[in-house]
Design a protein. Structure first.
Length: 373
């Protein structure tokens, strides 16, 4: 019973010595807003804190996080804060936390998880003060249904100025953010990037182009995951992978229910064919109105590829192009686990027969070609 020991909770007594603090409240353990506020005030007295981790899920009483980390601004190097499904957390309740995080001087790793905090509309945080130290950044605000463009503009702008980033993960899906002006040109050390901007409307093509063109300038990317489902205005993916042709091992792209053009798909497939060290490849293009080709060639990665998953399901066009190239590629994959989903696509019967014959010979291969009729 945390409340019973409230009077014994005097973290401030260790203000000059405590360097690491981990607080983990499991989903079934509830605490009151008053108790948590007093806990945050105690933490705010710490002066030499280096690592702070707080994990809470579905705390229905918490409406504020009065946590001011300014006293640890010159010592805090790692922060991992999770307030998942805290439905009643409000903008004014997190202002102290975000304001203090904007003044961090030596922060190297930051992970913030506010998934399903439906009352949050603003993340007033600027990372400029730690632009020369922050190397690992993960922001998960998925399904924060009120989060807006205005409420994230300064944050996204400051991310574009981070020079030391090696890992960047941003999840903003299913919110009200209508613009993502993210340029990663300065993040020349980036090795891992994961972005989920699903269901953000109306993100414009020029914003997407700026993002992908900046990613194309980075040498030595190792992992890339980009999800932009239901981004209505998306027609082109100007992504050039040639600068990471021998380092990129995991590539995961998902652009379902978009207007991406067939020419853009062919250009993307051409870029993927240059990669020589792929270990995992996942391409999901469900319900894309303009795709007419499946011509993917991964022969240059045939020795290293272990997982290949492709889905072009529910495509209304008659797919005629690229089957011979795809079959030739698949025949050379000796060690990969392959999944190909062409459900409810219009495909010539002889192409279906060729694929079925090929997949029947392989273990751990899965083919789905349910017919539209």
């Amino acid at each position: 019973d945390l409340e019973a020991h409230d009077s014994d909770l005097k973290i401030c007594r260790f203000a000059e010595t405590l360097t690491m603090l981990i607080i983990d409240l499991p989903r079934g353990l509830q605490c009151s807003n008053g108790f948590f506020s007093r806990l945050c005030q105690e933490i705010s007295y710490l002066k030499v804190l280096s690592v702070l981790r707080i994990s809470m899920s579905k705390q229905l009483s918490i409406t504020q996080i009065p946590l001011n980390l300014a006293r640890s601004s010159s010592s805090l190097q790692e922060i991992d804060i999770k307030f998942e499904s805290c439905y009643y957390l409000r903008d004014e309740g997190v202002s102290d936390l975000f304001n203090s995080l904007s003044g961090m001087l030596v922060l190297a790793k930051m992970k913030l998880n506010f998934v399903e905090c439906h009352k949050l509309s603003m993340v007033k945080m600027d990372l400029q003060s730690c632009c020369s130290t922050l190397s690992d950044l993960e922001l998960n605000f998925t399904s924060c249904s009120k989060l807006s463009r205005k409420g994230t503009r300064h944050l996204i702008s400051s991310i574009s100025r981070l020079r030391k980033l090696t890992r960047l993960c941003i999840y903003f899906g299913f919110s009200k953010i209508s613009s993502i002006q993210l340029d990663l040109t300065q993040s020349i050390n980036l090795r891992v990037v994961e972005l989920d901007f699903s269901d953000l409307r109306p993100i414009r093509q020029n914003e997407v182009s700026i993002l992908f063109q900046s990613l194309s300038k980075i040498h030595g990317l190792e992992r890339m995951k980009v999800i932009m489902n239901r981004v209505e205005k998306l027609q082109d993916i100007p992504l050039d992978l040639s600068r990471s042709f021998d380092t990129l091992s995991i590539l995961d792209l998902e652009f379902s229910q978009t207007q991406i053009s067939n020419a853009s798909i062919l250009s993307l497939f051409g870029n993927i064919s240059l990669l020589t060290n792929l270990n995992q490849l996942r391409l999901i293009f469900k319900e894309c109105q303009n795709i007419k080709s499946v011509g993917l060639n991964v022969l240059n990665s045939s020795a290293s590829l272990r997982k290949l998953r492709i889905s072009l399901a529910e495509n209304p066009n008659r797919i005629k192009e690229g089957f011979s190239e795809l079959c030739r590629t698949l025949q050379h994959l000796e060690h990969a686990h392959v999944s190909l989903n062409l459900d409810y696509c219009f495909i010539e019967p002889d192409h279906v027969m060729s694929l079925q014959t090929l997949f029947e010979r392989k273990r751990r291969w899965y083919l789905s070609v349910r017919h539209p009729e």
